[in-house]
Design a protein around this ligand. Structure first.
Ligand code: UD1
Ligand code: CA
Length: 456
């Protein structure tokens, strides 16, 4: 049967105490709704429709690149009403999977099993879960083992409140029935809302078998209403990422202090010390070691690369056996070839460093090309910006830049050239020559330092 996915995301999320709409709250750096949409995408549906309400413009804007049908639910009159506003966008045939925008971690496998329960117009699939504490949820009422209806917490009798099997809210329904049942829903209940859950009793009355499936873990169906639940599911998600990487061979010193906000590909024997954050897409070769408190965003690291503690890397491409840090910052456009060495308090931006080049301490290297084996002394600064434009610094292979140099770009330092310590280099330096650009030292013999006048 052709599949449509309908995501209910109109809730205000008052308990978040936030300007951001609830479904825009980030989990692993990405809005809750993005997680649900990513899962929906794996299901090969014909269309995805999002029911939005509060702050909807922001939500629509954020997902403007995706092909989503939007349905506005201006007033939140219940889950049944939410589906009603999207009804005109659903075809007459096929089936619809209903998901919640604030339930981010449902697995594709679980949803596929639920979908498999609905093979024709005479079936309906419900994702239920049995909880130790079912308080607050709609209870699944069965007779002789067969699902009869769902009763909401606020409408439940004392007897019904004892039922531990609850409605996750996720269900799959033939469109044909959605079109007939939804317009008939009434809001004569404790909350004065149109309950989507009322369709279960309607299905039973129409002789349709309601089948249930349960997820493998309760977190798959946990919704997020406040920042505490957000933090809880963030840790669940992060632990899953860590577990996957450990299964792929990574050593993670403390999986509880390890965060992935995006995707990671690793080789063998990759190891992570504590408090590492990986954002965007990172690719790490064999034997890479990431020290404590490092953050990497969109980086590619070759085999044997070592990133020492407290380094921040973004958009860097690093060759085999290079080492970086501690306390280094690599910014966008940094390309380090094999065996490059970047030491502490070195910032590199939009720069190519060829094989074996070194910048050991306290430098800023921006908009530059550094030749193979060149050595950048401590305190070297590329003066790449004159207040209006950025210019390039070219440093040849085997060049030696003395400590505390200002390389005033545009400037080229030839192969094998040397610059004296403390030089301001504003003119090109020919290959294999020495450039000194500093005041000449004068010694004044017997010079008397000023003295304090002491009275009394
Ligand atoms: C609903 C179910 C309940 C189930 C529980 C699971 C109904 C009547 N009850 O309860 O059986 O155990 O979910 O969490 O369906 N939403 C809208 N528009 C609305 C109302 C809700 O888009 O008018 C969206 C919310 O943004 C949310 C989802 O629907 O993503 C569920 O809404 P919520 O208010 O949390 O559902 P409950 O009434 O708690
Ligand atoms: Ca809820």
């Amino acid at each position: 049967m052709e599949l449509s996915v309908l995501i209910l995301a109109a809730g205000k999320g008052t308990r978040m105490k936030s300007i951001l709409p609830k479904v825009m709250q980030p989990l692993a750096g990405k809005p809750l709704l993005a997680h649900v949409l990513a899962t929906a995408k794996q299901l090969q549906s014909q269309r995805t429709i999002v029911v939005y309400g509060h702050g909807g413009e922001l939500v629509q804007q954020h997902f403007s690149d995706e092909s989503i049908g939007w349905a506005l639910q201006a007033e939140q009159k219940g889950t049944g009403h939410a589906v009603q506003v999207a009804l005109s966008q659903l075809p007459e045939t096929g089936k619809t999977l209903i998901l919640y925008g604030d339930v981010p971690l449902t697995t594709t496998t679980t949803l596929e099993k639920l979908l498999a329960l609905v093979t024709d117009d005479n079936s309906l699939g419900l994702l239920s879960v049995t909880l130790d504490n079912p308080t607050g949820y709609g209870r699944i009422v069965r007779e002789a083992g067969l699902v009869q209806r769902i009763v909401e917490q606020k409408d439940a009798s004392e007897q019904e409140k004892l039922i531990a099997e609850v409605n996750t809210g996720i269900l799959c329904v033939p469109n044909k029935h959605l079109h007939t049942w939804l317009p008939t829903l009434k809001n004569t209940n404790a909350q004065g809302e149109y309950y989507l859950t009322d369709i279960i009793a309607l299905a039973v009355a129409d002789g349709i078998t309601v089948q249930t499936h349960q997820p493998t873990a309760a977190w798959e169906v946990e919704g997020i209403n406040d920042k505490l639940q957000l933090a809880t599911l963030e840790r669940v998600y992060q632990r899953l990422q860590a577990d996957n990487l450990m299964r792929a061979g990574a050593t993670i010193i403390d999986p509880n202090r390890f965060d992935v906000r995006g995707t990671v590909i690793i080789g063998m024997d990759v190891s992570f010390d504590i408090n590492v954050i990986l954002e965007g897409h990172n690719q790490l070769g064999n034997g890479v070691h990431i020290g404590a408190n490092c953050s990497l965003k969109n980086c590619t690291l070759g085999d044997g690369v070592v990133i020492k503690a407290n380094s921040v890397l973004e958009g860097a491409v690093i060759g085999n056996h290079a080492d970086v840090g501690p306390f280094a910052r690599l910014r966008a456009g940094t390309q380090l070839a094999a065996n490059v060495h970047i030491g502490n308090f070195v910032e590199v931006k939009n720069t190519v460093m060829h094989e074996g080049a070194k910048a050991g301490h306290l430098s800023y290297i921006g908009d530059a090309e550094v030749g193979a084996r060149a050595n950048i002394g401590a305190g070297t600064i590329t003066c790449n910006y004159d207040g209006a434009t950025k210019s390039k610094t070219m440093i040849g292979a085997d060049a030696f830049i003395g400590s505390n140099a200002s390389l005033v770009a545009p400037v080229t330092i030839g192969e094998g050239a040397t610059t004296g310590a403390g030089s301001a280099i504003s003119k090109d330096v020919p290959a294999h020559s020495l450039a000194i650009g500093r005041g000449i030292q004068r010694n004044i013999e017997g010079w008397q330092r000023p003295r304090k006048i002491v009275s009394d």
